[in-house]
Design a protein around this ligand. Sequence first.
Ligand SMILES: Cc1ncc(COP(=O)(O)O)c(C=O)c1O
Length: 398
Amino acid sequence: MKGITVEHRIARRVASIERSATMALADRARSLKEGGRKVVNLAGGDPYFATPKHVVDAAQGALEEGFTHYTSSRGLPELRAAVANRLQLRSGVTRDPEREIVITPSAKHAVFVSLMAVLDPGDEVLIPTPSWVSYGQMVRLAGAEPVSVPLCADDGFTLSRELLEAKLTRKTKAIVLNSPTNPTGRVLRASELRDVADFSAAHDLVVVSDEIYEDIVFDENRHCSPSEFPECAERTLAVSGFSKSYAMTGWRLGYVSGPQKLMNAVLKVQEHSVGEAGSFIQRGGVAALTGDQSPVRRMVEQYNRHREWAHAALCQVPGIECALPDGAFYIFPDVSGLGFLDSDACAQWLIEKASVIVTPGSAFGPGGEGHIRLSLAASTATVEAGISQLCDVLSTLD
Ligand SMILES: Cc1ncc(COP(=O)(O)O)c(C=O)c1O
């Protein structure tokens, strides 16, 4: 019936959040393409590579043998064992696969259930920014308040105890970390993690550590988890997944590990929301973790070539400052010297003049403004075409 509205019935905690800026950009890219416009999309975080064949075969085999029913809500025992083994080998962290690991449908959901498990309305969560677009919105969905800890491009987006202390209140309950970092491409140094470990122990905070890009690190950089610090291990929920390392974005598979008491709470949220990850999908996950790792190495080598090439090209453009990323598959040039009103204006202009879709730094919260994020996860041809087009038009600015 005309005139009737129901918007006022939407929950306040949902009305207060925004759509994902990166997903909205992906929609924009799709609609421009459907409208016949040739655009190069450097906004998405979806690897161009096919999922490794042995992973696809394992899931296909599971489907064919009828492995299509519920599993334990913690996830398949063999997948939890494979995750435990990986944590041990990678970080020297021991987690009991029976009680301290939960397989989730995506790393995104793993972050969500972790936050839901620990947050109460009124709690505050520290989020070093620029950061992935979903953390703040997830904190709000849990009824709590995100508090940005803005990092500064001038000192390489370095995190310190002083910056964290400056935002601490009596309401602070948790801190969200992400390394290697989307969007900056930084890998947190052991000294920064030591600061986080000391700070979180001193103030009794939970650390939610999103390590989804852990395999994508370059040069001498090493991924380090806060769980590796004894004073932090018992207060850290570490999240990772299969999307980025194994080009499995559409499979929706991830995991959380942490101390048993926190993991019991995580499990309750998962059990009463999605139940568990898809059974045959989890078989693919077992093959990914226990099978041939050479596809991961090949992908990382290609991201490394993209990073070096993109960095060299962007550094040639007058007015652009650009750090070489340590990890992940993004590059985050500072475009504030180019004379645009802000990063949104720059991104809009790049769509119009260069037909390249990028993500404005403002989408990643305080500290992101003045930058644009370019994804290097596309094919080499796409990355080279997009960055060349973008550098060409930006070089014509005076
Ligand atoms: C920092 C970060 N965490 C989590 C995710 C989500 O990963 P998944 O595909 O496993 O949900 C992304 C995806 O872009 C990401 O950049």
